[in-house]
Design a binder for this molecule. Sequence first.
Ligand code: TYD
Length: 208
Amino acid sequence: MEKGYFISFEGVDGSGKSTQIKKLKQYLEGRGYHVVLTREPGGTAIGEKIRDIILDPENSDMTDMTEAMLYAASRSQHVSRVIEPALVQGKIVICDRFVDSSIAYQGYGRKLGDCVGIINEFVIGENLPDLTVWMKIKPEITSSRMKYRQKDRIELEEIDFHQRVYDGYEKLEKAFPQRIIGIDATNSIDDTYKAIIDRVEMLLKRNE
Ligand code: TYD
């Protein structure tokens, strides 16, 4: 059986990822693909427990390195138990956030630097996404969208932190232009959707 496709979605909080992920899943299922939709941190029973610890606003004493390690631990479980098995079975895995979130948020946002990528190399092995859709929208725009939402520990960070995360994504897009595609997420839901479908179709055609 042929290996499946791995697509991840990235972006600052409130960038409209979930809406687009749902639409893409429907589109691919309509074309007859078997889609596994999952998310990080989380995606497994153990990962969801780790997620609760990471995002709990009461855990304000957590060190940046502990945070990076917990995201990596959740990912390790997720890759072994969900992502890799689904890819081996020829399914399409759509993941709401993956390793680029750690590099953008912990590497750049928390300023932990290169060690984040190094830790995660051990965690993900060969399981790098075939396509990463970066929903490109600046945090100053999304922060006004999120004003009334209850915020988790990461969302409660200052705007400077979220700006560094955005800059981190921009650097990643430049470093991996084949894999990471920045999609202008300030456009309408439909225009953004069309742009994403174009890129996904290019990926599917690559192996036809
Ligand atoms: P989530 O509720 O999934 O946020 P969103 O709906 O915006 O995707 O919470 C995940 C939070 O964790 C989000 O603020 C980004 C952050 N995060 C990291 O800092 N590092 C990581 O490796 C991952 C996967 C997420």
